[in-house]
Design a protein around this ligand. Sequence first.
Ligand SMILES: C/C=C/C(=O)SCCNC(=O)CCNC(=O)[C@H](O)C(C)(C)COP(=O)(O)OP(=O)(O)OC[C@H]1O[C@@H](n2cnc3c(N)ncnc32)[C@H](O)[C@@H]1OP(=O)(O)O
Length: 260
Amino acid sequence: MTQQTNLIERIEGHTAILTMSNPPANTWTAQSLQALKAKVLELNANSEIYALVLTGEGEKFFSAGADLKLFADGDKGNAATMAKHFGEAFEALSAFRGVSIAAINGYAMGGGLEVALACDIRIAETQAQMALPEATVGLLPCAGGTQNLTALVGEGWAKRMILCGERIDAAKAEKIGLVEEVVEQGQSLSAAIALAAKVAKQSPSSVAVCKTLIQAGRTMPRSHALPLERELFIGLFDTEDQGEGVNAFLEKRSPQWKNR
Ligand SMILES: C/C=C/C(=O)SCCNC(=O)CCNC(=O)[C@H](O)C(C)(C)COP(=O)(O)OP(=O)(O)OC[C@H]1O[C@@H](n2cnc3c(N)ncnc32)[C@H](O)[C@@H]1OP(=O)(O)O
């Protein structure tokens, strides 16, 4: 186990488990955002890592978002620095070539929910509460929240949460499609690790291009996305994993992925 600034890392098989650790509320600072970006880029370059699980230390908070003390003096330069670090860190997370899973073990507020929205999949514990309450404190969700929440749950619920400051519990989050699974208190990390183990059974080469295609669909017209899908399918035949996957099936054995 290694500890970077406010980020604890543990590797389990092909999964990296990152724990946000900035007591009392696992808030984001410029330092912790830079640490997340550096760690994600490092994991992205590690061909042995297929999945990343993100959770919060302690029982109460996944993350309460930006450390509000940083915005108390109205310093615009500092606001620009924080916005840049939020953008860079969460975009690096979105671009991670494997599967990222947020294990939401408590409050996920503001930038704390936005980091979960930058992940591919979210698993929440029953007691978790989620909100984008930035407007409540005169701010706005600048870490992808207005775009990613809307893409996930649609404009209606995004507006209820962002414009009306509505905080939702895990059951409601699952109902509106904000989280994909709800588990008992204390079970989100083990559920996320179990899901990550399923990812390791998939070809990492296939996972990376499928993720690219799904994300491209957010901005690319269908007339471009469908040809790209066919092009990347053909491109998979340049990888060792393609031959290994098909031949392992035909030979009735488990594939040994190479991630290339
Ligand atoms: C681009 C991104 C922008 C943003 O992310 S802006 C920030 C958005 N986040 C929020 O607005 C959440 C603020 N926090 C809260 O509303 C509450 O917390 C909760 C509802 C999540 C929990 O309430 P309760 O159970 O009463 O706990 P507590 O006493 O408020 O929090 C425990 C300690 O944690 C500190 N804390 C919580 N959130 C933040 C924060 N975002 N920035 C700085 N400190 C925070 C508190 O002050 C307190 O500390 P002490 O024990 O020393 O009084």
